[in-house]
Design a protein around this ligand. Sequence first.
Ligand code: MG
Length: 490
Amino acid sequence: MTDEKCPVIDVRESTHHPGGQTQHPLPRNAGATMKCVLPFLFSFCCLLAAAALAAEPDRPNIIVIFADDLGYGDLGCYGSPTIRTPQLDRMAAEGVRFTDFYSAAEVCTPSRAALLTGRYPIRSGMCGDRRVLFPNSKGGLPAQEVTIAEALRERGYATAHIGKWHLGIHEESRPLKQGFEQSFGLPYSNDMDARADLPKGSSGSATPPEDGWNVPLLRNGKVVEPAARQSTLTKRYTQEAVKFIAEKKESPFFLYLAHTFPHVPLFASPDFQGKSRAGIYGDAVEELDWSVGQLLDALRQQGLAQRTFVFFTSDNGPWLIMGNQGGSAGPLRDGKGSTWEGGMRVPGIAWWPGKIKPGVSSELASTMDVFSTALALGGAAVPKDVTIDGRDLSQLLLQGRPLAEAPYFFYRGDKLAACRLGSWKAHFLTQTGYGQPQPERHDPPLLFHLGLDPSEKRNVAVANAAVLARIQSAVQTHQRAVVPGRPQLK
Ligand code: MG
């Protein structure tokens, strides 16, 4: 508070100069005037800025739903003959279903890093020798990496992480330090931290023991259940998500819902257990489908459907060595852990009623594009001084504008194994996801046409030397520029 009175500027003291312009001398107590006016001016500017943000009609809420180890062939709308997914099928019918959508890695940790940062995991260093983080691993997502949550939070978005994290357990890599205002879920995969006396093979069993693992359930970094009751997780994640939507309906929000399933060990709640023709794997996927329906229904009921962009995808392909508990890549070759198509091509569905024209897109897109699209829709600044590999899909989704052709690189760990350009894919190194101890090196590379041969069965390198040369040139350009990052180590 100040006891200075606001002065009144007396215009009668104006003087007329020979040049013809009238000048008003500053009043003697001009300093005090500014002191009084500035706070009002500042408040007015803040109000203007807030009004401008509120008036932007195209800053939607953003929800990313990330399944774990869900294969390309595991949803009805992607051709599963047995697993029933009416909610995702409806989401696809109302939105855009991508036929050629890729995760940026073939296993969990690098895949999540790429989704949240829009960068190939080699750049952030989230692709070490072990390829995924374990409970005793050092390392995690470096603090300087900019996540979707950090970028959108800068623009006034409320942010929440629900589900699996798997980007590091030390302080700087945790959700609350990576842009999320709240977090509820598991720090890593649900098959880690097994009970010492758990029989071998339990995680891939059709009837795993619910008390077999000590994976903690955390809320904002604090343990709320030392060993998460896994059969309740999909339901509880869903309740948390619906609650967040209701609580934040007035402000734009970003929700990252990274489901624990269908990663093994597989559990479903009693409402879904034993219901699917595809066994416990199908039960778990059908419960995820139910969860998606709950979220979209909540958006419709809250009047948010036309103000919310939702993207559904998976972190990598199906874990085929788990047999009946391992899902399906449909017609694609191999699965999780491999840079064959089945390891990295996954379902990808975009939804925003009234904005996205429903259809099927065969554009080559990836989880890194989800980063760039979210930032563009949210009006957030793209991080400077780092290479962003994602591309903004909003013109494609909202206006049907095709993407320019660009190479897409397939890494296994820190090794570049393959490259796709248009419909062509060249492999330099191949290795099955599991069971093949060493990669096979190909010189000349293998070449497949994914339009004619989506299952990668017929190597046509010899007849297409010019295509191969173009791809090799794109790889050289990429590799010359890549600076491998280092994970945060503590
Ligand atoms: Mg996974």
